[in-house]
Ligand binder design. Structure first.
Ligand code: UDP
Ligand code: MG
Length: 417
């Protein structure tokens, strides 16, 4: 098998991890030969049976880092009644994506999986838990509803995963999570994964971790290596103009456009088509069928396409060919910024993030500049006629007619204008 060098200088392939044949076959089918760094470190550690808290930046293969040891542990369908593994995730879309990944990696086993998430009918979910699934992937709210209405027990759960763990513990799911923890086996192995695990793990004490190991590859502020970040400062009244200019002139391929509210999503999905910018919009209040259909439409789209979303789509979604992320305004905190940016430049690919900010959002930029793992450069294209407005910190204002901008990264807007 071909071996390539990892960033830590070691040459490794999946062969060295001692995985069962059905997993190796599935990996081969997926054409994955070399584990990512988090997979290389987390898989053997998890396979020792210890609790693990793992932090690695977005798009680095955390899903398989917890799914491969899961398959390795459960091996095949158990005739004994009782689900042995539970994976909790904050959103329906992410749960569905984890299920799809599990189907791939478990393809050559007879393990059974069930999805328990809001928005789908109860009937189907009652029926599916009656098939004695080995693994349940769930959002906490719906899982608790189903447990309350049935005799279904989680007592046999021995492998418990919290994906996007920090968000799950922040989202007001505290009560549900406490109930889940009461319902699962006391002897379970517990795993927490996210790109943003805080330095202090105090909140996670609630996860009932036992003698855990912390695996931290990256800090909370780590952006994907191949993401180029542009910060466009503009007047509030020109934000939409800047957005349309960016969409019409600068971005190519798939773009995820993040908005602060559902109202902004609705506004933009009406406005942008008038400017001949094709887009779809997804936000929490849409029914689940529409959410899934729209996401599928975006996944399958070719050429330039835009998905306008709220932060619902900021966590975990893995759409490999998203070339651009646009922040129409800054999110509520730096953590959300990291997750939004992480929808592009995944799995070693490159991507560009455009953040369109007005004066009221400049303090956020300061926070990012202070904590980011690279220098914030405010480089103006050399042509003198483009320099018009500067603020007291020296950031240029972005004039939609001309193009002034501050940036982090290495490409230059002057390439486009
Ligand atoms: N992936 C990969 N090599 C691997 C495992 C995964 O290229 O050995 C891909 C995977 O198919 C996915 C991408 O890496 O498209 C990112 O994975 P994931 O969503 O697990 O990343 P996370 O953000 O959770 O770290
Ligand atoms: Mg993930």
């Amino acid at each position: 098998m071909l071996l390539t060098k990892n960033s830590d200088g070691f040459e490794k392939s999946f062969d060295t991890l001692g995985l069962d044949e059905p997993i190796m076959r599935a990996l081969e089918r997926l054409k994955f030969t070399r584990p990512t760094e988090i997979q290389q470190k987390a898989i053997p550690l998890i396979m020792t049976g210890r609790d693990v808290v793992a932090c690695a930046k977005t798009g680095t293969g955390k899903t398989f880092a917890f799914l491969i040891p899961l398959i390795s542990r459960l091996k095949s369908h158990s005739g004994t009644v009782g689900t042995r593994s539970l994976i909790l995730a904050p959103t329906r879309e992410l749960s569905l994506q984890i299920l799809e990944a599990l189907k791939e990696i478990g393809r050559f086993t007879d393990l059974r999986y069930t999805l328990i998430v809001g928005g789908y009918d109860y009937e189907g979910q009652f029926e599916s838990i009656a098939t004695n699934p080995d693994v349940i992937i769930a959002t906490p709210g719906r899982l608790m509803e189903i447990l309350a209405q049935t005799q279904f027990s989680l007592k046999k759960v021995e492998y418990l995963v919290f994906d996007e763990a920090d968000l799950l513990f922040e989202m007001g799911f505290e009560e549900q999570i406490t109930n889940v923890l009461k319902a699962v086996s006391a002897q379970r192995q517990t795993l927490l994964f996210s790109a943003t695990i805080p330095q202090q793990l105090t909140d996670f004490a609630a996860a009932g971790l036992n003698d855990y190991r912390l695996l931290r590859l990256d800090t909370e502020y780590k952006m994907p290596d191949k993401a180029t970040l542009h910060f466009l400062l503009c007047r509030t009244s020109e934000k939409v103009a800047v957005l349309t200019l960016v969409l019409q002139r600068f971005v190519k391929g798939k773009t995820i456009l993040f908005c602060p509210t559902k109202q902004t999503v609705e506004y933009l999905i009406h406005l942008l088509p008038l400017l001949e910018i094709h887009c779809i919009g997804i936000y929490g209040q849409l029914d689940q069928k529409a959410r899934k259909e729209l996401l599928d439409e975006f996944k399958e789209s070719k050429g330039n396409s835009v998905m306008v979303v709220t932060d619902l789509a900021a966590r975990g979604l893995d759409l490999s060919d998203v070339r651009n992320v646009i922040n129409f305004g800054f999110p509520q905190n730096h953590k959300m910024f990291v997750h939004r940016c992480g929808r592009t430049a995944r799995a070693g690919l490159s991507g560009t993030v455009w953040s369109i900010l007005d004066i009221t959002e400049k303090s956020y930029l300061g926070d990012i500049a202070f904590n980011l793992d690279r220098e914030l450069v405010n480089k103006v294209p050399q042509t003198t006629d483009t320099v018009e407005a500067k603020d007291e910190l020296g950031y240029q204002y972005f004039d939609p007619m001309r193009a002034y901008y501050g940036r982090v990264g290495y490409s230059s807007l002057s390439e486009f204008v």
